[in-house]
Design a protein around this ligand. Structure first.
Ligand code: SF4
Length: 370
């Protein structure tokens, strides 16, 4: 390996061809095999699959997104298939991926492509950006990966690689525009789709969060972070304020056939438009919340859930009763509900009104766990 400079030049323009060649060679040998990628040497990947994967990957990891991607691609193999799907089916299939607004945007975009573009995605970044729900990142990723356009695709992995490669001393999030410019300085006309995926793969597998595996990296000779001896320092981060905590109540009401009462949540707001358990508004003390029906409720403990912007403790109450609800088989509800409701339902079912005794009322969740 060539000698490693302690402070490589911030301007890598003279070194750019060699740096790009090194990373593309590394990608040819070590790029990940992913469900939505075309095999090496095969035709360009299907834009629908690229777009679907990129929307999913914006909010979760590759291992978590992969089974969702496979389920979507199997059930709705083309964009017209997805465009024709029932909203409720897509929402249910999205459960567990979070951010349901993205699922709604996914459908809006699929319908726009199917109805306004003859079922074919636009092949430019600007055309993609004009689609509903497609932001700058997704437009760039689809343009590069599916259409081999020289777009600047910058996700968290790429930001981390840039921050280390150039030893950027500005902390995130203020550093983002600068990191984007640094990434743009390395984009080229040769193999732009592979370049975008190579950078993502390097960030995910080698220049990973925490301690990077510099000994496996093809960029060490140009990397200022490596040269500094402490690449894990980068990217610098502004200390986050503590995540606020909220509390609320989830009611697990079962009818005399054992079915569970569900409701459709308002379109606006968190988990908007999703089916869920009846709950309080999660903003006040749990004890003050009014239940959905006036029956005798029993305490079934509590569950914890962490959203992006707050953490939540949901007290779970169970009862039998009737009313105007979406009565659903418990197994079906467990399969389709968003994670926070599934946790509460599991808690309520494990302590359901049919098998809970008065002696158990008020015990802690840990004591009551199955
Ligand atoms: Fe990241 Fe290390 Fe490679 Fe620099 S040398 S890009 S810090 S893995």
């Amino acid at each position: 390996m060539p000698p490693v400079p302690v402070h490589p030049p911030a301007d890598l323009s003279a070194e750019r061809p060699a740096l790009r060649a090194a990373l593309l060679d590394w990608y040819d040998a070590h790029g990940r095999t992913l469900a939505w990628r075309a095999a090496p040497g095969a035709a360009a990947p299907d834009p629908y699959r690229v777009w679907l994967s990129e929307v999913m990957l914006q909010q979760t990891t590759t291992p978590h997104a992969t089974p969702y991607f496979q389920a979507f691609a199997s059930r709705w193999p083309t964009v017209p298939d997805l465009a024709a799907a029932e909203d409720s089916d897509v929402m249910a299939a999205w459960a567990g991926l979070g951010y349901y607004a993205r699922a709604r945007n996914l459908l809006a975009c699929a319908r726009a492509v199917a109805h306004d573009h003859g079922g074919a995605f636009p092949d430019t970044e600007a055309g993609l950006l004009a689609l509903p729900g497609v932001g700058a990142y997704t437009a760039a990723a689809v343009a590069a990966i599916a259409f081999d356009r020289p777009a600047n695709v910058v996700d968290g992995n790429v930001e981390r690689v840039m921050a280390r490669l150039f030893a950027v001393e500005t902390p995130l999030p203020a550093a983002k525009p600068g990191l984007r410019r640094l990434a743009a300085s390395l984009v080229g006309d040769e193999r732009p789709g592979d370049w975008a995926q190579a950078l993502m793969d390097l960030g995910a597998t080698v220049c990973r969060p925490g301690r990077p595996l510099c000994e496996l990296c093809p960029l060490t000779r140009w990397c200022a972070g490596f040269g500094s001896g402490a690449p894990e320092r980068y990217p610098l981060k502004t200390k986050k304020a503590d995540r606020p905590h909220r509390a609320g109540v989830a009611w697990v009401l079962r009818d005399d056939r054992g079915r569970v009462a569900l409701v459709r949540r308002p379109d606006k707001g968190l988990l908007g438009g999703m089916t869920g358990l009846p709950t309080s508004d999660w903003s006040g003390p749990a004890a003050e919340a009014a239940p959905p029906v006036a029956v005798e409720w029993r305490d079934a403990g509590a569950v914890e859930h962490v959203f992006t912007h707050f953490s939540l403790t949901l007290s779970v109450r169970t009862a039998t009763g009737a009313g105007d609800f979406l009565w659903t088989d418990p197994d079906e509800a467990l399969r389709s509900l968003p994670t926070v409701f599934r946790k509460a339902l599991e808690r309520g079912l494990s302590l359901g009104p049919h098998d809970i005794g008065e002696a158990l009322v008020g015990q802690s969740p840990r004591t009551l766990r199955r």
